[in-house]
Design a protein. Structure first.
Length: 256
């Protein structure tokens, strides 16, 4: 069942979303060659706790950290480590979540480490644009799979592949609520979108078509052939006035 959030609840989720965005943007400012992903994780946890919030992922199904830090062929759920040191030319996906006053917020971005290849630049741009293509379909009266279709068809037309094993989701008092939101499939299916729905929309995109696999650590999802993958995510609310992106950072707000 998709829970409908009240205006005061969405107000709360907006506050949390802005908080989370500012934490993530500060962590991204520290991404550089020579930095290990555990130090980024520690920074993220300190920033979240300073705001009186709690990291949402730490302890979730046993995940050991505040952020998921996934480098290059790692798609999602990479575990931060002192031994994972960023190099020039890497791409790093950071997924981060928090809970405060009973409401969750969830977002992700993929950032370059210094100069990256043209393929990597293209992948980042297409993945980010596919998220916006999906968000444009979050409208009252649309069907849920209109969002999925917009993302999947955009990625396909760009020559990349969406990850089908992991999906977006509803969010609110739980980190993962109904509905599941795949990043592919035909339009015009699923529930109609209504005011008060809050979703985490999160395309994961890769350069190769083969299914992903999970490493022996039980968490890290990697591409089958070692090709690159990227991940962008926003928590968004649908209200009477339309779509509102709750996890928009200051920079993105300015550039529209
Ligand atoms: Mg998510």
């Amino acid at each position: 069942m998709i829970t409908i959030k009240s205006k005061p609840q969405i107000d709360k989720m907006r506050e949390n979303g802005r908080l989370l965005a500012s934490c993530l943007h500060e962590v991204c400012d520290h991404v550089a060659a020579g930095v290990d992903t555990l130090s980024l994780d520690r920074l993220a946890e300190a920033l979240i706790r300073k705001e009186g919030a709690i990291p949402a992922f730490k302890g979730y199904n046993g995940f050991p950290a505040t952020i998921c830090a996934s480098i290059n062929e790692e798609v999602v759920h990479g575990i931060p480590s002192k031994r994972r040191i960023l190099s020039e030319g890497d791409i790093l996906s950071i997924d981060i979540g928090l809970v405060k006053d009973g409401f969750y917020s969830d977002m992700a971005t993929t950032v370059p480490v210094g100069e990256i290849s043209q393929q990597a630049q293209h992948l980042l741009q297409v993945t980010k644009d596919s998220l916006w293509q999906g968000l444009e379909q979050v409208r009252i009266g649309n069907r849920l799979s209109d969002v999925s279709h917009a993302i999947g068809s955009f990625v396909e037309s760009a020559g990349f592949y969406v990850v089908t094993e992991y999906v977006g989701h509803g969010i609110g008092r739980e980190l993962h609520e109904d509905p599941q939101i795949p990043n592919f499939g035909p339009p015009g299916r699923g529930p109609r979108l209504r005011s008060g729905m809050v979703f985490a929309i999160e395309p994961m995109v890769k350069v190769d078509p083969e299914p992903t696999r999970v490493l022996d650590d039980g968490w890290t999802v990697v591409t089958a052939t070692g090709g690159l993958a990227a991940h962008f995510e926003h928590t968004v609310a649908l209200t009477d006035t339309g779509l509102e992106i709750l996890t928009l950072g200051g920079e993105e707000r300015r550039s529209g």
